[in-house]
Design a protein around this ligand. Sequence first.
Ligand code: OSB
Ligand code: MG
Length: 371
Amino acid sequence: MRLETITLHHIKMPLRSPFQTSRWTELDRECLIVEARADGLTGWGECVAGAIPNYSYESTKTAWHILEDFLIPLVLESDLADVPAYHALIEPISGHPMARAGLELALWDLFAQRAGQSLRDHWGGTADRVKVGVSVGIQSSPERLLEVVDGYLADGYRRIKLKIKPGRDVSEIGIIRRHHPDLLLQGDGNSVYRIGDAEHLKALDDFGLLLLEQPLGMDDIVDHARLQPQLKTALCLDESIHTVDHARWAIELKACRIINIKPGRVGGYWIGKQIHDLCRANGLPVWMGGMLETGVGRAANLALAALPGFTLPGDTSASARYYHQDIITQPFTLNTEDSTLSVPTGPGLGVTIDRDALKAVTIGSRTFTRS
Ligand code: OSB
Ligand code: MG
């Protein structure tokens, strides 16, 4: 496939409520929407790098730089047979997984449309619906947190993930567990604890958590392997897993019992699928993480989460949990009877971009053309 144009849309969307983790707070969602044209088709992708390099070192500006100066020129000079050929083409460029993943998704959308398949079918997914929960940020007090969680339960969500940090962990998880003894509940430390906190983290074993996500350092596997045998609670790695090798090392070292797959973090859906396959072969459950995606990334995340190894509820909540107005014409809504989102079935991503809504949140754009 010879791409004719690639457009980057830098967008900024206000979040319905601030999202606070152990290390940062987000008020708005910035990201890049990638629009690629070839053979009369338009493919869409989402690069999830945000305004500030907090969750990882990437930001919308570094991603724009990597896309504009390296990835897009390579693609516009080439005739790509498939998505693996894209990965071979950009292999000399190191790092920047979110930038790579954003363009990769636009290519997946084009190749799946050309094959007349939904992304789910293209990737071999089987599920029609994906179980989902909500990732709830740190609130002003445990009492306020309980109100917020009760609101999501009233909306129909059946799994809750709580952001935690030292001093805002045992109290927050404790109050939710006391009020909801049977709720599927999990915590996410976003890399703020250290191995010296092992005794403190053991207190969380009393709450019957589904899992504890990434308590220790952003690149750590070794200390998580020291921590896991000291806990009853299953550890789940997020920030530490960027490659298939990282997943293999984590499995070999028994650093976790579960892995959260975020396509942006690992450089796209192709590698995300490989991590899924590796975990499945080794008996580790996986689940779909989230980066507060727009409807574009959300559609693709649901398609990948339709693979059989995604056995735990994901962070792919409905559009309205994040935004008053999504950039797709049919926002994702929760199936309240089973706390699921339906996997799109149309060709490619299976969603339609709302051009007016996209325009309203665009703060910069540029089109690159094959010369
Ligand atoms: O650690 O999983 C995380 C959002 C942004 C960056 C990191 C994380 C998150 C979430 C929210 O937890 C996931 C979502 O609802 O999209
Ligand atoms: Mg996380």
